[in-house]
Design a protein around this ligand. Structure first.
Ligand code: 4AD
Ligand code: MG
Length: 456
């Protein structure tokens, strides 16, 4: 019977005492004179399977005993239960064939490697327990997010990756051009699109257009930011999920975000138990309890003003002093999540700290914005109610020097059936950091892109 490790684990009974066939890579090979053990991993599950091989059963025992770690093999043998051992079963090999040898200098030997070393070997690191677990969680979380929105009648929108807008107005753009970089043309009229274009920093503006047709939509795709910040939480290419909902205000928006986070965690407990236990033991002690807590508690909601009151009382603790009108620093975010013991929505931010499209509050000073802060990952979500009043929007764009040349269509949305609407962006990598305890964004994205780094 052709098998894979995941199937063996899920449906062990079906395979007991049957002859099965497995293919995978050797994690470890310990041989003695007359028998040996191979830890085989095929990546379908977190667990490796122990293969027992004996001189008397294998013609090629001597060769198998020398198969290097990292080799690809196929195994035929019988699945037997091992009730007294750590693993529930093992495979007694009848044949073991080499499908692809591995050299002795294979970098991923069965021992502890530093994260930095593994980053330099990103093409192999998924063959370790840690990265096997991280990237399966990434896959499971992605699917759960789709399910969350699909079950609630959201339409999945593929927002364009090349655009002429700087939708966040932060100027952190990767230019897209086919002009010869040696001889750059002065005007973009001669460039491929006949105008200046860049990789998108957000799919939000297009999502707004779709929300005003489908009521409820979400994007799920890569976004690009040429931020020069070399931090454990910033990548130049990252994936964002951006729901956008017509007739939603900021309060509805936060409720949706909270429900989504809880749904994802719920799903992880159902589908990634082994992975969570591994992270809990080796990456972040107390992770499981932290996540269980998130599931049961209502997230805290405080205004920016209130957050500052709290922070200012503890200013002696901070290197960067909290001050009215300033953005929150990482240490402030950390303090707040610790203070409240979990996720915190900070709402109603000073307008000058936020993007042009956010709805101005009646105080004329703050906007209907929310950031969700969590321990470890910091700002997990950024969102807002959008400015649906054309005159307010135009005024804000003018104040912030945002040209309406390429945003005529965005303004149109306010003229034809425009209404109250809201949305947010969840950074997928930050979510993975939060649920795995892995504290560097470079270790939750398969092949990370960060300033001065574009290997693989
Ligand atoms: O707060 P941001 O910039 O919000 C937006 O882009 C809005 N258009 C979202 C919306 O309302 N539809 O980014 C949203 C989230 C952040 O909270 C963070 O989780 C993540 O995206 N993020 C990054 N993740 C990794 N690396 C970076 N450089 C990131 N910048 C933002
Ligand atoms: Mg933000």
């Amino acid at each position: 019977m052709d098998a894979e490790v995941k199937k063996l684990l899920l449906d062990t009974k079906k395979f007991v005492d049957k002859k099965i066939k497995l293919k995978g890579w050797i994690r470890n090979n310990r041989s003695q004179k007359e028998f040996g053990f191979i830890d085989l991993n095929d990546g379908t599950a977190f667990e490796s399977i122990q293969i027992v091989y004996e001189d008397k059963a294998l013609e090629n025992f001597k060769e198998v005993a020398k198969f290097n770690v990292g080799s690809a093999i196929s195994v035929e043998g019988k699945l037997v239960l091992t009730p007294n051992m750590k693993q529930p079963f093992e495979v007694k090999a009848e044949t073991i064939l080499l499908k692809g040898g591995s050299l002795e200098d294979y970098p991923i030997q069965p021992k502890r490697h530093s994260r930095e070393f593994l980053r330099e070997n990103a093409h192999f690191r998924s063959r370790t327990n840690l990265f096997n677990a991280v990237f399966r969680v990434r896959s499971v979380v992605s699917f759960a997010i789709h399910r969350f929105f699909q079950e609630r009648n959201f339409i999945y929108l593929h927002a364009p990756l090349i655009t002429a807008n700087d939708a966040e107005g932060a100027g952190e753009l990767f230019q897209v051009s086919t002009l010869d970089s040696e001889k750059p043309e002065k005007d973009f009229f001669n460039d491929f699109f006949g105008k200046k274009t860049n990789l998108t920093v957000t799919g939000q503006l297009q999502a707004e257009a779709f929300a005003l047709a489908f009521s409820k939509v979400y994007t799920f795709g890569p976004t690009f930011r040429a931020e020069k910040s070399n931090t454990p939480r910033h990548a130049s290419e990252f994936w964002m999920i951006e729901p956008e909902v017509a007739f939603f205000d900021l309060k509805d928006n936060m409720e949706l975000a909270e429900e989504m986070i809880k749904f994802i965690i719920d799903d992880l407990f159902k589908n990634c138990q082994s992975e969570l236990e591994f992270f809990n033991k080796f990456v972040e002690k107390g992770l499981i309890e932290k996540l269980k807590n998130v599931q049961t508690k209502t997230f805290i909601r405080i205004t920016y003003k209130k957050a500052l009151e709290i922070l200012k009382k503890h200013n002696e603790k901070f290197t960067i002093k909290a001050a009215e009108g300033n953005d929150l620093a990482t240490e402030h975010e950390k303090f707040l999540t610790k203070h409240f013991g979990g996720p915190v929505f900070v709402t109603d931010w000073p307008k000058d700290l936020k993007a042009f499209y956010m709805r101005l509050n009646d105080d004329d000073e703050t906007v209907a914005a929310m950031d969700l802060l969590v321990p470890l990952a910091g700002e997990l979500i950024g969102g807002s109610q959008r400015e649906e009043r054309l005159d307010y929007l135009e005024k804000r764009m003018e104040e912030m020097n945002i040209s309406d040349k390429d945003l005529w269509w965005y303004k149109d949305l306010r003229k034809y059936g425009g209404n109250k609407h809201s949305g947010f962006g969840l950074g997928l990598e930050r979510m993975i950091m939060y649920v795995t305890g892995v504290d560097n964004i470079r270790d939750v994205i398969p092949f990370p892109r960060t300033p001065k780094h574009c290997e693989f």
